[in-house]
Design a protein around this ligand. Structure first.
Ligand code: HEM
Length: 101
């Protein structure tokens, strides 16, 4: 991502402000609508899950390089591991068939 793209993501995310819970609820609504088979994977109370999601997303966005709130976290040198408890590993779009795993 370019520094401009990072700034755009961060500034639009911060503008959500008090709307973050509603956006979070919308995320799960959309996720389960698109793939109902995912719903049974979520055994945690959904109110609790939405809070965890919003906190983690805030943490991730604020930790993006260049952020004023960023306590420097080194850029990952290996493929990023998903958040604990998340679904199947996804392949990063930049990975090529010959990329080491
Ligand atoms: C930016 C996107 C996402 C964020 C920030 C996120 C964050 C989280 C967090 C914080 C948890 C709780 C982990 C814990 O309890 O320690 C979690 C659990 C989980 N996530 Fe994600 N997640 C994201 C996307 C997804 C997607 C797209 C899927 C499915 C395709 C998914 C599937 C799951 C499942 C199945 C759990 C376990 C729920 C449970 O234990 O009841 N996540 N996620």
């Amino acid at each position: 991502m370019t520094p401009e793209q990072i700034t755009l993501v961060q500034s639009s995310f911060e503008r959500l402000g008090p709307d973050l819970p509603a956006v979070t609820a919308r995320f799960y609504q959309e996720l389960f609508q698109r793939d109902p088979a995912l719903r049974p994977l979520f055994t945690t109370d959904m109110a609790e899950q939405r809070v965890k999601f919003a906190q983690k997303l805030t943490e991730i966005v604020r930790a993006m390089p260049g952020s004023a709130n960023c306590s420097p976290i080194p850029a990952p040198s290996a493929p990023v591991t998903p958040v604990t408890g998340c679904g199947p590993r996804t392949t990063r779009p930049s990975a090529t068939p010959s990329s080491p795993r």
